[in-house]
Design a protein around this ligand. Structure first.
Ligand code: 5AD
Ligand code: SF4
Length: 446
């Protein structure tokens, strides 16, 4: 019988680019389209609908979308009923242009309009192209709410905040995702409880500027720390994380939570972008290196073992070798367990786009040096785990028979032979080896 229902369903292929928020959005779109008779497929070949969930943050993002779309030409020729859609930040930034330049596209939907996807799809079935890049008032996630009770993996993302009001001079997010909006506390808690019922043990709260969260609650707006304390009470939820944060929104209650909230994991992604005060000013970051370092000291005072992660941009317009050295010094001082680093690249429409570029070879060379330093720090921190006991949340079987793989509190991947653990279980593990991108451990018998 199940086969019959499956056979009746149309197939949806979603390709997701970019950040975790897009991963989360793709899941929600898949659930919404489930209500419109679609099930997901892993390949575009047999799809009735293809959706590209795009990202605008990396270089030549739009060009990559056009070349990807071009590849679907043959599929559309074989199956004229195939619908092709573009979602995400590229859709938001250049929706009309996409429709004009690539006639294969039936549908363009911006990140704030995903809840309208089923009606847009219905329109395309009538042969009408559909475009929606509005920023509507309603809560799209409330409208997107899936009814599925299907079992989930033990870790999940949950978007609690979207958009950004910070306007860093290099960044498109305030334009593509719009102004900062927080979801109400009760809706987040309901979704979290639903995830836990479906097998989730660890939730990562997502937001472009997540620590600016200020969700509506019957006792007035609640901060991210307040929300975390509410989540801490949810039975069956074992771990809480959040990303990405801005240094200026790292409030006292959130720092304190890192010291006292038992489910909040000792890991913090806190981008600084540059260690030069001149560049930070030009980036419109509204903080300086001293305030960032002081903040790190306060966070470490609350939670000494916290693993810090960051984002860096090298070769920002007018960055001199000395400015770059300031960034390297800051990295030396902070010591990161993990970091993402990028060569600056121009985003049309942002303030920095008007400014003179650093020589490209010079910027590449700086990126190389910075990544070497980060790799060394990452390695040192990973190696220092050997001999320590950590708690591992097991996520999947490993490559070897009997082996299981999971994550420590610090987000290190850990594999354990004879783990004798089920997916979703947390066990105490002693780290015995540090490999390239993971740690090896043995169960600690209690
Ligand atoms: N050039 C290079 N890196 C960028 N980022 C954002 N915009 C740009 C850009 N124009 C990086 C920042 C941000 C991360 C998500 O991407 O480091 O924190
Ligand atoms: Fe972009 Fe982050 Fe700056 Fe907001 S805080 S503008 S999302 S880099």
């Amino acid at each position: 019988m199940a086969d019959n229902t499956t056979a009746d369903k149309k197939k949806l292929f979603i390709k997701t680019y970019g950040c975790q928020m897009n991963v989360y959005d793709s899941e929600r779109m898949a659930e919404a389209m489930g209500g419109a008779g679609y099930e997901t497929t892993d390949t575009p070949d047999d799809a009735d609908m293809i959706l590209l969930n795009t990202c605008h943050i990396r270089e030549k993002a739009a060009e990559k979308v056009y070349s990807e779309l071009g590849r679907f030409k043959g599929l559309k020729a074989d199956n004229p009923d195939l619908k092709i859609g573009v979602a995400g930040c590229v859709a938001q930034a250049e929706g009309k242009e996409i429709m004009r330049r690539q006639p294969l596209v039936d549908l363009v939907v911006g990140p704030q309009a995903y809840h309208r996807l089923p009606e847009m799809e219905a329109k395309t079935q009538q042969g009408v192209k559909a475009l929606d890049t509005d920023f509507p008032e309603e809560d799209k996630f409330e409208k997107l709410k899936g009814r599925s009770k299907a079992k989930r993996a033990p870790t999940a993302f949950l978007t609690v905040q979207e958009g950004c009001d910070k306007f860093c001079a290099f960044c498109v997010v305030p334009y593509t995702r719009g102004a900062e909006v927080s979801r109400p506390v009760d809706r987040v808690l309901t979704e979290a409880r639903d995830l836990v019922e479906r097998g989730v043990r660890e939730i990562t709260l997502l937001g472009q500027n997540v620590n600016a969260y200020h969700g509506a609650h019957n006792s007035g707006d609640m901060t991210l720390a307040g929300l975390i304390w509410e989540l801490n009470k949810v039975d069956g939820l074992e771990r809480i994380r959040f990303t990405t944060s801005h240094p200026n929104d790292m409030m006292d209650d959130l720092i304190e939570a890192h010291g006292s909230c038992d489910k909040l994991m000792p890991y913090l992604h806190l981008p600084v972008q540059s260690g030069s005060n001149k560049i930070l000013k030009r980036m419109n970051r509204n903080h300086d290196r001293e305030s960032y370092i002081k903040l790190i000291e306060r966070i470490r005072a609350a939670r000494p073992d916290i693993l810090l992660s960051g984002d860096f941009i090298v070769g920002f317009p007018e960055e001199t070798e000395q400015d770059f050295q300031d960034t390297m010094d800051l990295i030396e001082e902070v010591k990161y367990g993990q970091a993402f680093s990028f060569k600056y690249s121009t985003r049309p429409g942002t303030p920095a786009a008007e400014r003179p570029l650093v020589d490209d070879a010079e910027a590449s060379e700086r990126l190389y040096r910075l990544q070497a330093l980060i790799a060394q720090q990452q390695r040192a921190i990973q190696d220092s785990m050997v001999g320590r006991n950590v708690n591992v949340l097991f996520e999947k079987p490993g490559r070897l028979e009997g082996q299981m793989v999971g994550k420590s509190e610090y987000l290190h991947a850990v594999h354990v032979a004879d783990a004798n653990a089920k997916i979703g279980e947390i066990k105490r593990v002693r780290i015995v080896e540090s490999e390239r991108n993971s740690l090896g451990g043995v169960l600690v018998s209690d």
